[in-house]
Design a protein around this ligand. Structure first.
Ligand code: GCW
Length: 715
């Protein structure tokens, strides 16, 4: 008989294996509610009803599950539990009121945790906040109980913490089931409809609740004809998805098409100032909230890459966004309106048009005109989720607007979940970027999107800003994310959405401790070490063997995987590097280039403008320089390309070796299926890194004629 690997059809438990619940599960635990909040009808509240009783039921089920697995017990609140989770009308004790309330948030999301002589009490004003408190305890394992006495308050930095799915209902002929998805099909849709079995969606909501994400937009921002109908004919199906996530306090959003009044409503126009169009959107929103009372809101990509928008009617994006805002306002809904607007039919011969300028040029003049329930959602960089690019100046240019930072967890440009690339360090850099330097009290991007940017008006501040959003990397793959180690990116996004000041290495440590917890909650220390070795610097490693010095792209057009230096050079997409025999880079200066540097406030407008002060890692993003330009490291641009590409491959080899050093732990501390998948991905990463190295080095050698100073092999 051949030995077959039996594949467990259940999804991988990610960061919530039963072992991760061991510390709490061994103890006496209790839930207290101020008044009976038991759900009606056999434990399940009717779909669309208030989520609170359901989340209380979830919490009880979590405790039952943990104690059943680990020998503890669920006891009465007055039975001197080791852990008491108590819902209270108002969190009392030292400190101010819990923050993170806004008109469109689900209430106080924070909780208080007190540890006193080994007894832990968590109090919160809402069941969802209490659930977050429970997962906080889980995350801390034994130390949640054995650590020194504490009295702490925890609340999310951002009121809105969203994952956007680019999932299509129908398989798109080019983009597939999930646009830029590298983890199989959609967890929401199969066979052209919402899945019958949505249990996996509930498991997903559980994983998200354990990180801090509390909203999910369930369809692609490129809204095709089939997907548009989620807003109308398919509402009962959307309600089923919402019901699947509600038990974990996760709210549902939909991406909608700006042309819906025409394509779905049969109107002759979608003009945002047309009365019939306004009435159509109001009626559409009324129907949505009548079906799903805790629905979150709409996400819109308009006038971008072929999606319809207000420009067709000579209107601007404030007109467009406010049209939808008016429709959802009676329901406390929110509109996430994306700032990703640029000309994708550019003439490559035209050196004056600069895609990097587009979002600011379109949106900054509209500051102050957006309704209070509009969030303008801004990609972190001015181009498109590159491995390295400058921080978008839009984030500093719209003080009177609720802005959200948009990140990409799915690794479109960062190795497509075939390469291990832990993105938290990159996101942290963006969140911590200070657009005004030490000025404006040193405010950072994370302050701006929390509504605490300089001169934020009360409406922006009170709403807690626009928060954070990211494109999910999840699919119906057994490991959720294709590459098992890409789960760390999803986890890290959720944790940074809750607390953007967390250290990436500390987040990774949490993720490892939970994900690789043994049955009793313990972790083999070598697993921790190896995962830090593989992941801590993996984003910089990826950067080193791909596009250099902030120039971006150089990927294969269309699918965006693997090297193709000139792939986009003569295309309409506006993503050029301008390499010739003498030099490379995009001149975005005010003096001689596109003037993009002028979109930044001081100090960056001058720091980036001047070759002498522009940071090397963004050199080619802002300047066109000769290959012989000497970097701060003392080497020339072309030598830097050679050095980093050779070194990058060696670092991938080291990652492979670090993983292989765990071979004796398989199976056991390291499950065989995880090991097999990671090995397969690492082999592809190494192959691909070699390809990147050789193509990039050869390209620049052939262009410049300058040999490698160390005489290494270039083709
Ligand atoms: O990065 C680009 C992707 C598109 C995507 C677009 C966007 C959903 O290549 O696939 O479309 O960004 O963010 O809208």
């Amino acid at each position: 008989m051949t030995s077959e690997i039996v594949v467990d059809p259940a999804p991988h438990p990610a960061w919530l294996p039963d072992g991760a619940l061991a510390a709490a599960g061994r103890r006496r635990v209790a839930v207290a509610t101020p008044e009976p909040a038991e759900p009606q009808r056999g434990g399940v509240a009717p779909p669309g009803s208030d989520s609170s009783p359901q989340v209380v039921a979830t919490l009880r089920a979590e405790l039952e599950r943990a104690t059943a697995a680990h020998g503890g017990a669920v006891v009465d609140p007055d039975g001197s539990p080791d852990l008491l989770l108590a819902l209270v009308h108002e969190v009392s004790g030292p400190g101010a009121r819990l923050p993170a309330r806004g008109p469109d948030t689900s209430g106080g999301d924070g909780f208080r945790i007190v540890r006193d002589g080994g007894r832990v009490t968590v109090t919160a004003e809402t069941p969802t906040a209490l659930l977050h408190g429970w997962f906080h305890v889980v995350r801390h394992g034994e130390t949640a109980f054995t650590g020194p006495d504490v009295d702490e308050r925890h609340a999310p930095a951002f009121a809105l913490r969203v994952l956007d799915h680019w999932d299509n209902v129908d398989v798109h002929p080019v983009m597939g089931q999930v646009e830029r998805g590298y983890s199989g099909g959609s967890i929401f849709y199969a066979d052209g409809r919402v899945r019958d079995d949505l249990s996996r969606v509930t498991t997903y909501a559980r994983l998200l609740a354990a990180t801090g994400v509390d909203r999910v937009c369930i369809n692609n921002v490129n809204v095709h004809a089939r997907e548009a109908r989620l807003l109308t004919d398919d509402l009962p199906e959307v309600a089923r998805v919402a019901a699947a996530m509600r038990p974990y306090g996760v709210r549902t959003h939909l991406a909608v098409s700006f042309a819906a009044p025409m394509t779905l409503g049969g109107l002759p126009t979608s003009d945002p100032l047309d009365d019939d169009v306004r009435a159509w959107w109001r009626a559409a929103a009324d129907r949505v909230w009548a079906t799903i009372p805790d629905f979150g809101g709409f996400v819109v990509k308009a006038d971008s890459e072929g999606q319809p928008g207000p420009f067709a009617y000579g209107r601007d994006h404030a007109d467009g966004a406010n049209l939808l805002a008016e429709a959802v306002a009676p329901h406390d809904g929110v509109v996430h309106w994306r700032a990703f607007v640029y000309d994708h039919t550019q003439d490559w011969r035209d050196r004056t048009t600069d895609r990097a300028r587009a979002a600011y040029d379109h949106f900054a003049p509209l500051d102050g005109r957006f309704a209070d329930n509009v969030v303008v959602q801004v990609k972190h960089g001015p181009i498109d989720f590159q491995t390295r690019e400058a921080v978008s100046p839009v984030l500093a240019g719209m003080p009177a607007t609720r802005l959200a930072l948009e990140l990409q967890v799915t690794q479109e440009y960062t190795g497509q979940q075939r390469h291990a690339c832990y993105l938290a360090p990159w996101w942290s850099e963006n969140l911590g970027f200070r657009p005004w330097g030490a000025g404006e009290d040193g405010a950072a991007v994370r302050d701006v999107v929390a509504g605490r940017g300089p001169s934020a008006p009360a409406a922006v501040a009170d709403a807690g800003g626009g928060g954070i959003a990211a494109v999910s990397n999840v699919g119906d793959d057994r490991f959720w994310t294709g590459h098992p180690l890409a789960q760390a990116n999803l986890y890290a996004f959720g944790r940074l959405a809750w607390d953007p000041t967390l250290e990436p290495a500390a987040i990774l440590d949490e993720w490892v401790g939970l994900t690789f917890a043994g049955p009793d909650g313990g972790l083999e220390p070598r697993v921790r070490e190896a995962l830090h070795a593989v992941l801590d610097d993996s984003w910089r490693t990826y950067e080193s063997y791909t596009a250099p010095l902030g120039v971006g792209f150089m990927v294969r057009p269309g699918h965006h995987y693997g090297p193709d230096v000139d792939g986009y050079e003569y295309t309409p997409w506006g993503t050029y590097h301008f390499a010739d025999r003498d030099g490379i880079g995009v001149d975005r200066t005010r003096a001689t280039g596109t003037g993009f540097t002028g979109q930044y406030p001081e100090p960056w407008r001058d720091v980036y403008e001047d070759l002498a002060t522009c940071p090397d890692e963004l050199l080619l993003f802002f300047h066109h320089v000769p290959y012989t330009h000497v970097l701060r490291s003392g080497v020339t641009v072309v030598q830097h390309v050679y050095d980093t590409h050779f070194a990058g491959v060696e670092r991938v080899r080291e990652a492979v070796a670090a993983w292989e050093s765990l071979a004796d732990l398989v199976p056991g501390a390291l499950p065989a299926d995880v090991d097999a998948r990671v090995r397969e991905r690492l082999a592809e990463q190494l192959r691909s890194a070699v390809e990147w190295r050789d193509q990039l080095n050869t390209y620049f050698f052939r262009k410049s004629g300058i040999p490698d100073a160390h005489g290494r092999t270039i083709f």
